[in-house]
Design a binder for this molecule. Sequence first.
Ligand code: NDG
Length: 351
Amino acid sequence: MQHILQAFSLESNDSEIQKFGSGLINDTFLIVAANEKYILQKINTEVFQNPEIIGKNLYEADKHLKTLYPTYLFISQIKTSDGENFFVENGNYWRLTKFIDNSYSINTVNEPEMAFEAARAFGELTVKLQGLDLTKLKPSIPRFHDLSLRYEQFKLALQNASPALKAASKTEIDFYESNNGYVETFRKIQQDETYPNRMIHHDTKINNVLFDKQTQKSLCVCDLDTLMPGKIISDLGDMVRTYSSAESEESTEFEHVKIRLTYIEALMNGYLGKLKKNLTPSEKESLIFAGPFMIYMQGLRFLTDHLNGDVYYQISYKNQNLNRAKNQQALLEDYQLNQTKIATIIAATLS
Ligand code: NDG
């Protein structure tokens, strides 16, 4: 790997390289060279078929932030000695960034304060990127959070799956089909001209936030490959999905998969505290839909992958994607039971 480091003008004689993190998409390494720490990543080009788009989106976001908010911590791409965002070799795209000192990340949210901090960080990113010319940017994954597309993919998987596989997941198929009213709600938002696109992170899970070792406050967000124009329901919804659940999406203790209202309150306070002044009436109206939108879409994606024979999400045991779909179903059912209380929390946060 030494020549890769050299491409980024890193002194490689005394460098150390080790695998880093728990991400499932890209390959990530921690580099120590000349007493500085860096993160080197090989982009997964199955998922990101045009990495140059990531490079361009991050470059534009970085330029905007550096101009308007010079002290805001944003993880910049380090250019190669040829001035490129990636070192490309044999179709592999390598990207280098600085490692953020004094930071740590967590994999589960066990205190409402962490949910507040993380949500604040994602809200701040979107608020600070307001004003960036979105017409310069393209999606790094086209139609990534387009629920209509995800529903079409589910229908296609149903057509192609064997009768035995379908019979064994009939309860889940029925659940996701009978809740397809969410697809219609999404379509209305998509067609609403008063509903803006903003710069959205699109993967707001907790381990994409770096916390300060001393203060436990959020320092910055990371894993910026899906930072692209989108709707706020994507980021808010994925926080509801992953911070408010009492169990991770891998849990098979479905009876414990429940919404924790104190975490909803904390994350709403964190996110809307940053953004509420900027929201349009149509966005405010959609906040209650954010959680179900993302829970439903994620469950649908897991079930679709199960029906397709587990081609997208890595599995370590048979029926894991079906279990993930069941887990999301349990969470969505509990959200539906708590919807009135959640609406009250949102209204209080907005007031
Ligand atoms: C992956 C997905 C993300 C999803 C998560 C669920 C991509 C690029 O898995 O959308 O929410 O665990 O498909 N990312 O990170």
